[in-house]
Write a protein that binds this ligand. Sequence first.
Ligand SMILES: CC(C)(COP(=O)(O)OP(=O)(O)OC[C@H]1O[C@@H](n2cnc3c(N)ncnc32)[C@H](O)[C@@H]1OP(=O)(O)O)[C@@H](O)C(=O)NCCC(=O)NCCS
Length: 167
Amino acid sequence: MTDETTPPGKTPRESYTVLSESMMPDQLNHHGNVFGGVILALVDKCGGVVARRHARLPVVTVSIDRVEFNQPVYANDYVEAHGRIVRVGRTSMDVLVTVTAEQVETGVRRQTNRCMVTYVALDRLNGRPAPVPPLVLETDEDRRLHAIAERRTERRRAEARDDVDDW
Ligand SMILES: CC(C)(COP(=O)(O)OP(=O)(O)OC[C@H]1O[C@@H](n2cnc3c(N)ncnc32)[C@H](O)[C@@H]1OP(=O)(O)O)[C@@H](O)C(=O)NCCC(=O)NCCS
C-alpha cells in the first residue's frame, strides 16, 4: 500500500525533458551572440519541467549551481536544453541541464553549457516544501550522475557551514 506522504519512486527516464528554441535577433547581446540570460532562462524552464514531471507538484528554483558559458551561442543557432534529474532529497530535486547549439545548415552541434539546478516542490495548499518521490536509479549512467550529485551536495553543505562562521 502507498503511504500518502511517501510517493512511489520514479526513474530519471520518466521526467527526462528536451526544450528547444530557435534563436532570434531580439535575443542577441552587443557582440551579436545570444545573451547569457536567454540561455539561463531556457535552462531554468527545462529543469523546471523535469522537476514538475518528477514531483507532479508546483516547484520553485532554489539554486542554479556553477553556470559556465563554455562556448558562445550564435544568432540563428538551434538551441536544445536537455534536463535529467540526478538526485532527490526529501523535498528538493537536483536537475542536470546540458545545453547544445546546432548550426542548422551544417548540422554541427556543440555543447555550450552545463549546470545543476535545484528545485523544491511545494504543497498546493500551504505553499510549504512537500515530499517528492524517491529516485529509482535504473542505469549505470543514473548511478554515476547520482554519485556525483551526492558529493556535490556534501560540498555545498560543508561550504554553508563554513559561511556561517565567516559571517
Ligand atoms: C524554497 C523555499 C520554500 C524553501 O523554504 P525553507 O524554509 O528554506 O525550507 P527548508 O529549509 O525545509 O528546505 C527545503 C529544501 O530545500 C533545500 N534547499 C534550501 N535552500 C537550498 C539551496 N540554496 N540549495 C540547495 N538546496 C536548498 C533544503 O536542503 C531542503 O531540501 P530537502 O527537503 O530535500 O532536504 C524558500 O526558500 C523559498 O520560497 N525560496 C524562494 C524560491 C523562489 O522564489 N524561486 C524563484 C527564484 S527567483
